[in-house]
Structure formats: structure tokens, C-alpha cells
Design a binder for this molecule. Structure first.
Ligand code: MEV
Length: 308
């Protein structure tokens, strides 16, 4: 039996601007994860069991553009494996789907790792990451690659599209509360809308992306120099720029306001936006009240996570 696991993720700073070549910071969220188990099957075919999404099916019964079928076909093809061996693949994930926590990328990473190892071709992190990026591209159009990267390396990353991976040293751990609006957030749509806005109002959007780039750069210095309480202000500023990019929503804004009112040092939406998650920077004392306030203000779920 071969098993592999991959964490969820959140974007701390720089979402959307990162698609346009600016830096962004993302961190793994280990409280939620995707787990894949591969065993040799007693019956012919590749059987996929994914109880979270009510799936119990043979590979060939899935449409070829189904995300799981795409991962398995692409991997077996690139490893030159033919005919396909009989396998039972079980996928379990505690990462909420379409919420900006990277559920799709985490399943891809765990599946590629477990399957390649089970077939005797274990891949390096770099290969897993490249593979997961291709899958992201199939589903999201023009992803920056930050989601698959932070999930593959399971470490905080300072990410610039097309640049070598830079992991971040967190000198002093800090605490975030993640609040989920419960509204599904198709990243492809918001990324496309920001691109249209950028085409229409190029000068202003370039300025906005540059401002966000400065925020990511300052945040990196703050994280590395161990003064995380200073991140709150930067989160508030980043949220305002995301509002200008039109990717926030009344629900996200309401949760951001509620978190600040309950004592968070700063708060912003996180990820593709329009729904999905927001994050709030808290102290050990304010973590619980902020979390309660988010739930009272309509959050479907609140996760307290430590960045270290
Ligand atoms: C999604 O987690 C982050 C975005 O910047 C899209 C991307 O980077 O591909 C919105």
C-alpha cells in the first residue's frame, strides 16, 4: 500500500497581482488535508473511491476531462506505463471544495505522489509541482502556480511566477483565523474578470499590482524579521486593493469588518475571492473571540491556524 498526503493553503498577500507577475506569499494549512491511498486491486482496471464526492467508479467510466481522470491519465502516460495496472485508489479530503483552500491542487499533489510511488517511479518535489501545475492549467486557465507550489512544498513561500521557489523563514510564529463564507468561488472567473479590468484600465491596474507587490515585499521582511503583529496593517491595505480589483464581495467584506471589530490586528479576503475565505491576524487572546464573531456574522466555518 502507498499513501501520500498534502495540506490545504491560504494566500497571505498578493493574490491576483501574482497572476500578473508580482510576488505573493502563501502558507500551508495543515489542519485540512487530502490523503490518497493506492493498493493493487484484485479486479482489473483502476478503481477510484472518493467518498467525499460520492465517487466509486472505474477510471474509464469517467469523462477524460474529469479532474481525477486527467491526473491519472497524464501521469501514467508521462511515466510510459501501459497497459494500466489494476489499482484501487482511495481519496479522502477534509479541505472544503471551491473555497480557496486549494482542495483541487492538494488532491492532485497527493494523487501524483501516491500513484508515482506505487508504480515504482517516485517523483521529486519539483516534478510533482510541475505536474500539479499542468493540472491546474487544465482547470483554471492561467494560474500563477502559487497554489500547487505551496501545497507541494508544504512550507510558506514567497512566490513570483516563473522564478525559482523561495521558501520563507518565519522567525516568530503567528496565528490566523480563516473564515469561510461558504460561497463557492470559481477562481477562473475572478482571474478572468481582473484580466478584463486590466485590459480596460491598464494604467491604474498596473499601479494597483505594483502597490500590492510592495505589500508582499514588506510582509516578507516583517515575517523574516519576526514582527508579525505589523502584518495587520498590510492585510487591511491589501484588502482595499482587492476590493478595487472587484474580487471581494459583500459577504467577504462583512467578515473582514467583523474580524477587525472583534480585535483582529488586520483582515483581508484570501484567494480568488467573490466567495471562499477571508483571513484575520490574531493574538492568542483574540483568536477565540474573532472566530466566534466570524461565525456569528455568517461564516460557515472558522479555522484557527498557526503560521510557523
Ligand atoms: C488563487 O489561490 C490565487 C490567485 O492569485 C490565482 C492564481 O494565482 O493562480 C487568485
Amino acid at each position: 500500500m502507498t499513501v501520500a498526503s498534502a495540506p490545504g493553503k491560504i494566500i497571505l498577500f498578493g493574490e491576483h497581482a501574482v497572476v500578473h507577475g508580482r510576488p505573493a506569499i502563501a502558507v500551508p494549512v495543515t489542519q485540512v488535508h487530502a490523503d490518497v491511498e493506492v493498493v493493487e486491486s484484485s479486479r482489473p482496471g483502476i478503481w477510484i473511491h472518493a467518498p467525499n464526492v460520492d465517487l466509486d467508479v472505474e477510471l474509464n467510466a469517467l469523462p477524460s476531462d474529469h479532474p481525477l481522470a486527467a491526473v491519472i491519465h497524464n501521469l501514467l502516460f508521462s511515466l510510459g506505463i501501459s497497459p494500466f495496472p489494476p489499482l484501487d485508489i482511495t481519496i479522502n479530503s477534509t479541505i472544503p471544495v471551491a473555497s480557496g483552500l486549494g482542495s483541487g491542487a492538494a488532491v492532485s499533489v497527493a494523487l501524483v505522489r501516491a500513484l508515482s510511488s506505487a508504480l515504482g517511479h517516485p517523483l521529486t518535489d519539483e516534478q510533482v509541482n510541475a505536474f500539479a501545475y499542468e493540472i491546474e492549467r487544465l482547470h483554471h486557465g492561467t494560474p500563477s502556480g502559487i497554489d500547487n507550489t505551496v501545497i507541494t512544498y508544504a512550507k510558506p513561500v514567497y512566490f513570483i511566477k516563473g522564478h525559482p521557489i523561495e521558501t520563507l523563514k518565519v522567525s516568530r510564529p503567528f496565528t490566523l483565523v480563516i473564515g469561510d463564507t461558504g460561497i463557492p468561488a470559481p477562481t477562473k472567473q475572478s482571474v478572468g474578470d481582473v484580466r478584463r479590468l486590466w485590459t480596460k484600465n491598464n494604467l491604474r491596474m498596473e499601479q494597483v499590482f505594483d502597490e500590492v507587490a510592495q505589500i508582499s515585499l514588506m510582509a516578507r521582511r516583517i515575517i523574516e524579521s519576526g514582527q508579525p503583529e505589523m502584518l495587520g496593517d498590510l492585510m487591511n491595505q491589501n484588502h482595499a486593493f482587492l476590493q478595487e480589483m472587484t474580487v471581494s464581495s459583500p459577504e467577504l467584506d462583512a467578515l473582514v469588518r467583523a474580524a477587525r471589530k472583534a480585535g483582529a490586528l488586520g483582515a483581508k479576503m484570501s484567494g480568488g475571492g467573490r466567495g471562499g475565505n477571508m483571513i484575520a491576524l490574531v493574538t492568542p487572546e483574540t483568536a477565540e473571540p474573532v472566530s466566534m464573531s466570524l461565525l456569528a456574522s455568517g461564516a460557515r466555518r472558522a479555522i484557527i491556524t498557526q503560521v510557523e
